[in-house]
Design a protein around this ligand. Sequence first.
Ligand SMILES: NC(=O)C1=CN([C@@H]2O[C@H](COP(=O)(O)OP(=O)(O)OC[C@H]3O[C@@H](n4cnc5c(N)ncnc54)[C@H](OP(=O)(O)O)[C@@H]3O)[C@@H](O)[C@H]2O)[C@@H](O)CC1
Ligand SMILES: Nc1ncnc2c1ncn2[C@@H]1O[C@H](COP(=O)(O)OP(=O)(O)O)[C@@H](O)[C@H]1O
Ligand SMILES: [K+]
Length: 485
Amino acid sequence: MRTAFSVETVRAAELELMARVPEGALMQRAAAGLAVVCAEVLGKVYGSRVVLLVGSGDNGGDALYAGVRLARRGAGVFAVLLSPERVHAGGLAAFRGAGGRVVGIEGAEDVLRRADLVVDGIVGIGGKGGLRESAAQLVGAVRESGVPVVAVDLPSGVDADSGEVAGEAVRADVTVTFGAYKPGLLIDPGREYAGVVRFVDIGLGGVPGGGDGSGEGAVEALQYADVASLLPLPTGESDKYRRGVVGIVAGSGRYPGAAVLCVAGALRGGAGAVRYVGHAADAVIARFPETLVSAGPPSKAGRVQAWVVGPGLGDDSERLEDVVGADVPVLIDADGLRLADEAAVRGRSAPTLLTPHAGEAAALLGVAREEVERGRLAAVRELAGRYRATVLLKGSTTLVAAAGGGGAVRVNPTGTPWLATAGSGDVLSGLAGALLAAGLGAGDAGAVGAYLHGLAARHAADGAPVGAHDVAAAIPAAWRDVRGD
Ligand SMILES: NC(=O)C1=CN([C@@H]2O[C@H](COP(=O)(O)OP(=O)(O)OC[C@H]3O[C@@H](n4cnc5c(N)ncnc54)[C@H](OP(=O)(O)O)[C@@H]3O)[C@@H](O)[C@H]2O)[C@@H](O)CC1
Ligand SMILES: Nc1ncnc2c1ncn2[C@@H]1O[C@H](COP(=O)(O)OP(=O)(O)O)[C@@H](O)[C@H]1O
Ligand SMILES: [K+]
């Protein structure tokens, strides 16, 4: 598991560690790691030209001490000071001592023109709100220069706790983060601004110890081993019922394909059997003859261990209500989200997993889509709280919040923009539904489903466009990949 901690937790852990190590030791560890990455990006340090952007906090101190190390290796290093009167004093003295040159903000464009590398030490976890005017102007000049950027701890202008960006922010090629991942490095738009994230261990260990130690507010990304341990594998004792039967209520005369794609995802998700209820039975059977189809209400279709309802459903609110009333886990997607009654979802006793994209989430919350895209973490928590349901928010960064909205939010690390193709969400809902039917909790089913889905898209695309059916067909390759076969 890759875990990112809130600023509050990181600060508390740092305080606790600082009390046990010599003064300044943590900053030296950070600066040493930062200088190593800068050297890697430069290729050759000797004779290179490096520009440090130095704010008035410790983030600027890190940049200055890294500059010292690069200057000692023969780089020409320039520091642009945003507020010369409040700069990290020890860092500045060491920097001058190593032959570093200081320029005011008005000299920035000149040194940027001849730079090989920019080190962004404007602001780190101490940043509040959008970048101030002078910092924002400097960031604009860096972008114009086209010089590669290494960000210190996190790109200046990105909110460390949420990934939100208000106005201007540094677009880094590499971000060197210290001690712990910050949520804003894993969640868009921040993730996009961070580029490649490199971790430098400064001795914070597994972090908590800070705050209430619960890890509350943290964001977690499953890794291969986590997913492998959650995959439902058949054993000698298995039969199709024990593996889990998933029921699918999807598709309509107008959108039969949604049903086919949803069933495709479910079959590859490890279900022992898939029951289909709806108006697209002919299309489903033609493509997947192993599907058990029926036409009446879902509650009369035979036993299932989980339902998926909504993809391409149109206005079939009767079937939707029937499924919401079932006493097994239910995944609600697409049209189902529009039709579902908030109180009925809240009142369910079995787990519910909602899988909106940003537009659907915005409609449920009564806000603009852009607001959800700007603040994904807040939106997913808010929805999970309102509906008392697990919520998987799809998009450039897919997030999964537990019912109620508290605790750690899962962030999917495998997503790829190749998934932005019609019908790929239908495949995901079938896949996650099968995992629910196999007995995974709603949070695990969502997170594992999203993980396999992203990996499948990467396998299918391999650098070229794909359709949603290709993603479904590549799910077995994603399983094999995760299992290390
Ligand atoms: N703690 C540790 O053990 C370790 C910490 N480490 C490093 O310290 C960093 C945290 O340092 P920090 O706490 O000094 O805060 P930092 O990120 O430099 O920002 C504060 C400055 O920014 C300013 N500022 C704020 N908002 C702004 C805005 N919107 N636009 C423009 N400016 C803004 C703010 O100004 P003020 O509000 O005071 O006027 C203040 O001057 C951390 O990210 C890591 O790099 C490492 O060395 C490892 C050990
Ligand atoms: N830019 C992106 N990067 C990564 N994944 C994306 C991106 N855009 C969309 N996706 C993924 O593609 C899928 C699209 O689902 P959805 O919006 O429901 O489409 P549809 O309704 O056509 O099936 C989701 O899994 C979503 O997370
Ligand atoms: K920074």
